[in-house]
Design a protein around this ligand. Structure first.
Ligand SMILES: *[C@@H]1O[C@H](CO)[C@@H](O)[C@H](O)[C@H]1NC(C)=O
Ligand SMILES: *[C@@H]1O[C@H](CO)[C@@H](O)[C@H](O)[C@H]1NC(C)=O
Ligand SMILES: *[C@@H]1O[C@H](CO)[C@@H](O)[C@H](O)[C@H]1NC(C)=O
Ligand SMILES: *[C@@H]1O[C@H](CO)[C@@H](O)[C@H](O)[C@H]1NC(C)=O
Length: 376
C-alpha cells in the first residue's frame, strides 16, 4: 500500500505542469486566524489527560477518520487494507496508551491508521534563524495530505480541509507549570512541532527515501519493534530532554522506523541545526555558522547536498526571501511573510507556527492559500 502511494506521489508530481514556478515575489501578510489552546496535565493518567480535547473535537476527528477510510477504500476497494490495519494495529494502540481514550469514541483500531497517516503524508518547511542580537527564531509550515483527494470544485485537497478544524495548541504541564508546548492535531499522539520554553525548539520534517523509507514501519506493524516512531521520538525529547545538547544527542542517536529531518534550535547564539537521519544513523548535522555568514538553516523535504525535486522547490524561494529580509531585519513577523510566499505556502499548508525560545513566544496560525495557488 505504502509503495503504491509513493509511486502515485511521484507520478502526480510529474504529471502536473506548472507555468508559474520560476518567480518568487516575497509576500507580506497579516497574521490572523489564531489557533485555540488546551492544557494537557502530565500529572493525570494518560487516558484522562486528553478527555477535554477529545470530547470537544470528537465530531471532527470522526469525520477525518471516515474521510481517510473512504480514500483508502478508493485505492483498495475490497476494504482489505482497513481490515489489515485494524487487525495489526490494535497492538500499536495499546502501546500508545490511548486505548481508553479512543474507546470513548468507539474507534480504537482506526485511530492508529490515522496516526500512521501523519508519518507518511507530511511535507513541510522549517527554519531556525538568529538575529544580530543572538535571539533565535524557529518557524514552520506544516503541509499535510499530499494527493489525498483533490477537490476539483473547491480547488483544494480534501484532507487539509478536515485537519484545519482539528488544529490546536497544547500546553503540557506538570505541577501546573509548562513543560513544553506544541501545535498538534486532536487525536494525533506524536509531535511534529514543539518548544520547551527557554531551552529548545524542535520540528520534524519527513524525509522521503526510496531505500528503507517505509520498511521500518512495515516491520513494526508486523511485529519487529525495535525502533522509534519518528514523531514519538520528538515527543519523548520534548517531554524529557532538558538541554539543546541532550535533545541533539537523542535525535542523532536513537534508532527509528523511517528516515526524517529534525530541525532543532537552542537558547544560545549558534545553537540551531538540521539533523538528517536515516533509520539507524545520522547522515549530516548542518549547524548555524554565524562567523561564516550562515545565520539561518532551512529544511523542506530534501537533503541539503542534493537539489530539490524540480517540481517541488520550496527551498530556493524561502531562502531567497530570507536573504532579501537580511539578518538585521529578521523577526517573527518577517519569518511569517517568508512562510506566506508561494509555493512555500501552498494548498497543503495547514498551519504556520512561530517560536521564539527565550521569551517563550509560541504562536500558531491556520493557513489557506487563495487562488492562484499551487497544489503543493
Ligand atoms: C493546580 O492548580 C489547580 C487550580 O488552579 C489546583 O486545584 C491544583 O491543586 C494545582 N495542582 C498542583 C499539583 O499544584
Ligand atoms: C519521560 O520520562 C519519564 C520518566 O522516565 C517516562 O515515564 C516517560 O514515559 C517519558 N516520556 C516519554 C514521552 O518518553
Ligand atoms: C539555556 O539552556 C540551559 C540548558 O541547556 C539552561 O541551563 C539555561 O538556563 C538556559 N538559558 C536561559 C537564558 O534560559
Ligand atoms: C542566500 O544567501 C546565501 C549566503 O549568501 C547564498 O549562499 C544562497 O545562494 C542565497 N540563496 C538564494 C536562493 O538567494
Amino acid at each position: 500500500a505504502i509503495y503504491y502511494s509513493s509511486i502515485i506521489f511521484i507520478t502526480v508530481r510529474l504529471n502536473v505542469v506548472f507555468t508559474c514556478l520560476p518567480f518568487t515575489v516575497c509576500s507580506v501578510q497579516k497574521r490572523s486566524r489564531k489557533i485555540p489552546w488546551y492544557t494537557i496535565n502530565l500529572d493525570s493518567a494518560p487516558h484522562k489527560r486528553w478527555n477535554q480535547l477529545i470530547s470537544d473535537k470528537k465530531v471532527e476527528v470522526t469525520n477525518l477518520i471516515q474521510a481517510i477510510k473512504n480514500l483508502a477504500n478508493d485505492f483498495f476497494p475490497s476494504g482489505k487494507l482497513i481490515e489489515l490495519v485494524d487487525k495489526h494495529l490494535n497492538a500499536v494502540t495499546a502501546f500508545l496508551n490511548i486505548v481508553s481514550l479512543f474507546k470513548v469514541m468507539h474507534i480504537a483500531g482506526e485511530v492508529m491508521f490515522f496516526n500512521v497517516f501523519y508519518e507518511i503524508f507530511t511535507v513541510c518547511t522549517s527554519l531556525v534563524a538568529e538575529d544580530t542580537t543572538g535571539k533565535l527564531y524557529h518557524a514552520r509550515n506544516l503541509d499535510f495530505g499530499l494527493f489525498l483527494g483533490w477537490d476539483i470544485k473547491k480547488h483544494s485537497w480534501e484532507i487539509p480541509e478536515y485537519l484545519r478544524p482539528l488544529t490546536v495548541n497544547l500546553d503540557f504541564q506538570r505541577n501546573n507549570k509548562t513543560i513544553f508546548k506544541s501545535t498538534n492535531f486532536a487525536g494525533y499522539v506524536g509531535m511534529l512541532t514543539g518548544m520547551r520554553p527557554g531551552i529548545f525548539t524542535l520540528t520534524m520534517n519527513e524525509r522521503f527515501n526510496i531505500d528503507g523509507g517505509y520498511i521500518g514501519i512495515i516491520e513494526w506493524i508486523l511485529g519487529k519493534r525495535d525502533g522509534f516512531w519518528m514523531s514519538f521520538l520528538t515527543r519523548s525529547v520534548l517531554e524529557n530532554a532538558t538541554s539543546y545538547a541532550q535533545a541533539k544527542d537523542q535525535l542523532t542517536n536513537t534508532k527509528m522506523l523511517a528516515p526524517a529531518y529534525f530541525i532543532l534550535g537552542g537558547n544560545r547564539s549558534g545553537e540551531g541545526c538540521v539533523i538528517t537521519r536515516s533509520r539507524k544513523a545520522c547522515l549530516d548535522v548542518w549547524e548555524l555558522d554565524l562567523k561564516h555568514g550562515s545565520w539561518y538553516v532551512l529544511e523542506t523535504n530534501y537533503d541539503r547536498w542534493k537539489d530539490p525535486l524540480f517540481l517541488d522547490n520550496r527551498r530556493t524561494p524561502a531562502m531567497k526571501c530570507l536573504n532579501e529580509t537580511t539578518q538585521k531585519k529578521i523577526s517573527l513577523p518577517a519569518i511569517y511573510d517568508v512562510l506566506s510566499t508561494k509555493p512555500v505556502l501552498n494548498k497543503l499548508t495547514t498551519y504556520t507556527t512561530l517560536m521564539e525560545v527565550s521569551s517563550g513566544t509560541f504562536e500558531a496560525y491556520l493557513r489557506d492559500c487563495p487562488d492562484p495557488c499551487i497544489p503543493w
